[in-house]
Design a protein around this ligand. Structure first.
Ligand code: S3P
Length: 176
């Protein structure tokens, strides 16, 4: 039986915000993978990208996911690129139901402009174009990883959370 809820999806689709509400409502522990990576490295995600490069970041991500996937009764909010290494998905899927949050590029641009978090991969002059390219490249990775998908473009955080809980109530592989 699975007892973790794993939130994946592109940057700005609501993983962290939904993760917080979901964890509170279901009384599960919240694991924010990027927060763990930053703590382990002793520096921010943009600094890891700048000083050590993306490959080193992905190595830290694999280590953080390996540990997180061994825990139980958790909401695991992943970084957007977690699907790129299939070992992450194999580990997360063994103990958790994987929920993919999606949103339109227009909505993603607005959300990331608002939340003030620097995201090295889309910190460019034309973020919308870059976002479209990255989504196109990553789509098969998200599809392969996903148990079910929720489009958050027009939904608020509570509605997304309700939808996830509804789906899990009908999922025989998940144990509340
Ligand atoms: C990344 C997404 C970020 C963070 C890093 C790389 C990605 O997390 O892990 O900047 O490759 O999509 P969020 O999805 O929480 O922004």
């Amino acid at each position: 039986m699975k007892s973790n809820i794993v939130l994946i999806g592109f940057m700005g689709t609501g993983k962290t915000a939904v993760g917080q509400v979901l964890a509170t409502r279901l009384r599960l522990k919240l694991i924010e993978v990027d927060t763990i990576i930053a703590k382990t490295a002793g520096k921010s995600i943009p600094d890891i990208f700048k000083e050590d490069g993306e490959i080193y970041f992905r190595e830290l991500e694999i280590k953080a996911i390996k540990k997180a996937a061994t825990g139980k009764k958790q909401v695991i909010a992943c970084g957007g690129g977690v699907v790129l290494n299939t070992i992450n998905i194999d580990r997360l899927g063994a103990t958790g139901v994987i929920v993919n949050l999606v949103a339109s590029p227009e909505v993603i641009v607005k959300r990331i402009a608002k939340d003030g978090i620097t995201r090295p991969l889309i910190n460019v002059e034309q973020p919308e174009e870059r976002i479209r390219e990255l989504i196109k490249f990553r789509e098969p990775f998200y599809d392969r990883a996903t148990d079910f998908t929720i489009n958050t473009s027009k939904l608020n955080i509570d509605t997304v959370t309700d939808k996830i809980i509804d789906r899990l109530e009908n999922d025989e592989s998940f144990n509340f």
